[in-house]
Each structure stands twice: as structure tokens, then as C-alpha cells.
Design a protein around this ligand. Structure first.
Ligand code: AMP
Ligand code: MG
Length: 484
């Protein structure tokens, strides 16, 4: 292999016992379908080299540069509330870490690169539709300013994989993250009672994400608080966009506070806290409105895993950890009030106005994204389009009166709102349309058109009005499937 990427391998070197050295599978005809050239450049990688046969070999998983020590990561996790002591990368590998020109460390990770020792019953594969879904939604999230893993490339493998609706093109996603450490990574060692290794893992995570905590007396506790603060901000941003992750298991909850694992996720059209899209979430555990509670539940699982490192005396450790969870709950509340107040164009957060707006939406079928785009004109007195979003707009007048009173300078507010309220989000029907054309007709044009709108989501493009609106009323509700 002539590809000269200098990989660093801190995870492989420092976390023995938390992975299995592993290579990707060899594919019949690996082909590069998409490359995120600006991201490659930001990482200090040469897009042309990534497009070369050796680049494609690396991005599809079957050959890696000399400097890499590819591996499958082990982790545990609570899935829908039930604990699995061993999950791990069943169909993924960490190729290695690259250091960007600014000195930041990034994981290069492949999903769909073949079976690993953690595959259990799975086939180790990924198919084009779900890989493109993750590519599209993670790039949309990045453009919306939400912390997220990024999509570097999508390769097709040249063979076909059996899924729910028949044979689909096999694919591999290359993604980038500030790390792939999850709450479940800590649960792995905790469940085995391997506290020395748990300590090593904590030191490693601190060095990577919170270096100022290195050597601090109550580092474990402070680390949990940092993770809580990042996750609180993250979930507040999701809520502000109507985003539903769909599988907030502890193995899909990062230490970095980045959104990870876009499976059965979706943006809701009309506001309803009970909205769920995932076919496997029968109980609505991960519904839109439950996400803030689940964030705290997942943080409590991290705290539980780290208890012995908080305080040797268990009761004291539990009391201190509980305090951190309570603080995180408060942090979430203020992050959420801030996010929604910014969406209203306010200078100063106004919890009562935000609360009133949520009340106003109840049972009204209001399109979440459109509501915020129509607010500036409602501020100026043109409120018919906004009222038309409501099934019964009775309370709108009163709330608008309070809102106008809270905004002394509507022009400045409108400018601020234009920067946080997107015109375009990856609405389900548009995403499905684009993925269907790519997977079943070999036509990437709808995907590319949608991707380009989502990469600049605050800029209206004339002629693209269809992309601003929810699905026509007769469109069936989209369900997204796991086991993708
Ligand atoms: P996810 O729901 O995508 O977060 O995956 C949960 C676990 O199942 C992870 O350990 C994955 O690696 C594993 N997994 C999901 N799909 C497959 C597959 N097709 N083959 C092997 N493992 C899989
Ligand atoms: Mg996962």
C-alpha cells in the first residue's frame, strides 16, 4: 500500500483488553460513491490520495496503511433498558487516529467492514440506504451546528446483502469522531469488576476530552459532570431541532457529547412529544419528549460504572454521583431554555415564554420547523401563515402578544433567528425518496441535491420550496428499521 497517512494508535496502545486487533473484509468491487473532500482537507488528508485505489481500499476496510493498527472495540451497554455485558463493534473497525493541522485527534472508523468477533448473530454488513442515511443526517447535523460524528466517505462493496426488503447494495461508511468512547465502554470494565482497567480508561478519556482534569483529586466525579454538561447541551440542541435519535442506548451515548449512530433517527414534522419512528421502540422509550430523561438515565449508568473511582465508601460515592445527576438536570433545563429562546430571537432566555410556546403546540399538529421560520413575519404583524399551522389557533393571539412584548427590536431578532432556525431539515419523506433512488435505481442525483441543501440549511434556495414543507397529507408515516 502506497497510501501515506500517519496514523496514531493511542487506543490500541493504551487500552489493551478493550479491543481485538482486526481487519476489514475484502470486497469484490469496492468503489468510492461519496467523498467529503472538505472534511478530508480539514483533517489534513489529501482527497486525491483517498480517491486512489489504495485510498478506496482503506476507506472500504480491506487494506490499511502501514502506520495503522486497526481494531474492533469492545463495549457493553444498556439496550432499551436491558444490560448486555458484551456488545462491541460487530461490523466496524477503528482504523486509527489522525492528528489534524490544529493538533486535534480524530478517529477514522469504518462501519460495515465485515464480521468481527463481536458480531454475535450479525452478518457484519451495512447496506447503501442506511449508510447514506447516516452520511446525510450527520452532515446535516454538522451544518446545523450540532456536535456529531462526521461522514468522510461512502464506498459500495460490489456485492448484495439480504435485508428486510430483499437484496440491497453492500456499503461501508467511513466516519470521523473525536473518539468512539461511550458510556458502554466504561460499563464493559465495570461489569467485569476490572477496576484497574477502568481507571486506565478514565485516565485515557480525561486525557482525550478533559485534559485539565488530569491529576485532579475528584477527577472521576468531575468527569461525569463534564459528560453530563456536554450531553445536556447536545440533547437541548436535538430538542430545538425536533430531532429524535431513536436508539439512545448507553452504547450509543458518547463521552465527547457528539451525536453517534444514526440508525432509526428522524426529524419530526408536526410537534408531538410522543413521536417515535423506530420500528423496535414499541414502548416509546426513546420518543422525542423522553430524550431529556433518558440522557439523565444514561448518565446515571456512567456514574454507576465509575462509583468505585468516586469514593471507596459506596454510600458516599452514590450521594456525590446523585448530586451530579441533579446538576445535570438543571443544566439541561437552562440549555433547553437558551436554545428555544435563541430560536425566538431573544437576547435573554425567557423560560415562561418558551413553556407557553410548548403548551400552545399541544395537540395542534404544528409543523415544528415551519413554525420558527414563520415567526419573524408574525412578529411584524403578518401572523396568518403562522396561525394556519395550527388546527385550532385560538391561543396564538395571546402568546404572540407576550412574544412581541419580549422583543423590543424585531429587526435584530429576525437576523438572529435566521441563523438558528433552518429552512431545510432532513424530513423523512425527502430522505426516503433520496435513499430509495440511490439503493434501488442507482440514481444518486436526488441524494446529492438534498445533501447540498442540507449543507447550507439556513439559506433558502429559490425553486426548492418543496423541500421546506412536510410530506403531503396522504403520505404514509415513515418507520425506520434497526438491523440496518
Ligand atoms: P447499533 O444498534 O447500530 O448501535 O448496534 C448495536 C450493536 O449491534 C453493535 O454492537 C453493533 O456492532 C451490532 N450490529 C448491528 N448490526 C450488525 C450487523 N449487521 N452485524 C454485526 N453486528 C451488528
Ligand atoms: Mg451503536
Amino acid at each position: 500500500m502506497t497510501l501515506s497517512i500517519r496514523f496514531d494508535n493511542s487506543y490500541a496502545q493504551e487500552l489493551v483488553g478493550l479491543y481485538v486487533p482486526w481487519q476489514g473484509q475484502e470486497w469484490p468491487h469496492p468503489r468510492l460513491a461519496l467523498l467529503n473532500a472538505p472534511l478530508a482537507e480539514a483533517l489534513g488528508l489529501d482527497p486525491e490520495a483517498l480517491r486512489s485505489p489504495d485510498g478506496v481500499a482503506m476507506l472500504s476496510g480491506h487494506a490499511v496503511p502501514e502506520s495503522a493498527r486497526p481494531l474492533a472495540q469492545a463495549y457493553a451497554g444498556h439496550q432499551f433498558g436491558g444490560f448486555s455485558p458484551q456488545l462491541g463493534d460487530g461490523r466496524a473497525i477503528l482504523v486509527g487516529e489522525v492528528i489534524d493541522p490544529e493538533g486535534a485527534r480524530w478517529d477514522i472508523h469504518l462501519k460495515g467492514s465485515g464480521r468481527t468477533p463481536f458480531a454475535r448473530g450479525g452478518d457484519g454488513r451495512a447496506v447503501l440506504g442506511p449508510v447514506l442515511r447516516e452520511y446525510l443526517i450527520s452532515e446535516a447535523m454538522a451544518a446545523l451546528g450540532v456536535p456529531t460524528t462526521r461522514a468522510l466517505a461512502c464506498c459500495t462493496t460490489g456485492d448484495r446483502v439480504l435485508r428486510q426488503f430483499g437484496l440491497e447494495p453492500g456499503a461501508v461508511l467511513a466516519r470521523v469522531a473525536s473518539s468512539h468512547l461511550r458510556v458502554g465502554t466504561f460499563q464493559f470494565f465495570a461489569a467485569r469488576g476490572e477496576y484497574d482497567k477502568l481507571h486506565l480508561l478514565l485516565d485515557y478519556a480525561i486525557a482525550r476530552h478533559d485534559p485539565d482534569l488530569a491529576g485532579v483529586a475528584d477527577a472521576a466525579l468531575q468527569f461525569i459532570a463534564r459528560v453530563g454538561a456536554r450531553q445536556a447541551r447536545l440533547v437541548a440542541q436535538w430538542m430545538g431541532l425536533g430531532f429524535i435519535h431513536g436508539v439512545m442506548n448507553t452504547d450509543n451515548t458518547t463521552i465527547s457529547g457528539e451525536t453517534i449512530d444514526y440508525g432509526p433517527c428522524a426529524f419530526m414534522d408536526s410537534y408531538d412529544p410522543a413521536t417515535v419512528f423506530s420500528s423496535i421502540d414499541q414502548m416509546g422509550r426513546y420518543a422525542y419528549g423522553n430524550q431529556p430523561q433518558i440522557l439523565l438515565w444514561n448518565l446515571a449508568r456512567l456514574a454507576e460504572a465509575l462509583l468505585p473511582l468516586i469514593d471507596a465508601q459506596e454510600e458516599r460515592a452514590i450521594a456525590r454521583a446523585s448530586e451530579v445527576i441533579t446538576q445535570t438536570q438543571t443544566a439541561y433545563r437552562s440549555a433547553r431554555d437558551e436554545v428555544f429562546s435563541r430560536k425566538l430571537g431573544l437576547d435573554v432566555p425567557d423560560a415562561a415564554l418558551v413553556e407557553g410556546m410548548h403548551k400552545l403546540w399541544e395537540g395542534q399538529g404544528v409543523d415544528f420547523t415551519r413554525f420558527f421560520r414563520l415567526l419573524p413575519q408574525a412578529l411584524r404583524g403578518v401572523d396568518a401563515p403562522l396561525r394556519a399551522l395550527f388546527a385550532a389557533p385560538a391561543g396564538v393571539e395571546d402568546w404572540l402578544a407576550q412574544y412581541r412584548a419580549a422583543v423590543p427590536d424585531p429587526v435584530a431578532a429576525e437576523a438572529r433567528m435566521g441563523m438558528v432556525n433552518p429552512v431545510y431539515v432532513p424530513r423523512n419523506h425527502l430522505v426516503e425518496e433520496a435513499l430509495h433512488a440511490a439503493s434501488f435505481k442507482g440514481d444518486m442525483a436526488p441524494f446529492n441535491a438534498l445533501l447540498s441543501l442540507l449543507q447550507a440549511p439556513f439559506e433558502p434556495v429559490s425553486g426548492m420550496e418543496r423541500f421546506e414543507h412536510p410530506a403531503p397529507a396522504d403520505t404514509p408515516q415513515v418507520v425506520t428499521y434497526c438491523g440496518t
